[in-house]
Design a protein around this ligand. Sequence first.
Ligand code: CMP
Length: 138
Amino acid sequence: MERTLSIVKPDGVARGLIGEVVKRLEDNDLKIAAMKMIHMTLAQAEGFYAVHKERPFFGSLTEFMSSGPCVVMVLEGDDAIARYRKLMGATNYKEADPGTIRADFATDIEKNVVHGSDAPETAAFEMGYFFNSFEIVG
Ligand code: CMP
């Protein structure tokens, strides 16, 4: 049993894709162990993506992530990190496998609808960034 962090990004929320993402999670046995809607400040988005702070897209990414509400979730299941990444598809939607969330809905390498942790260490940091232990059930 593993846990990972999922975000429906501001583009996904604005385009009415929360339900679509949640349906795909539930259809694929990724249990939602925590869920809330947030609107990050720029500083909060910068803290979340601190690992990317030297990258050229950092300013644009953090502005985008603080531009509107997001839905953040903790997902639970066997091999949840890898299975959720497979459901999302590649970061660049042009390289995402057909039938993945990003292949079906992303419009841009940045506005790619969803985020998912890429390893157990990042999952632990990212879940702790948004949720305390009382907010995660299961
Ligand atoms: P995410 O999985 O949230 O991780 C970092 C985010 O940076 C990524 O999705 C995209 O939204 C954004 N991004 C923008 N440009 C790039 C890029 N060239 N390479 C990787 N990520 C990018």
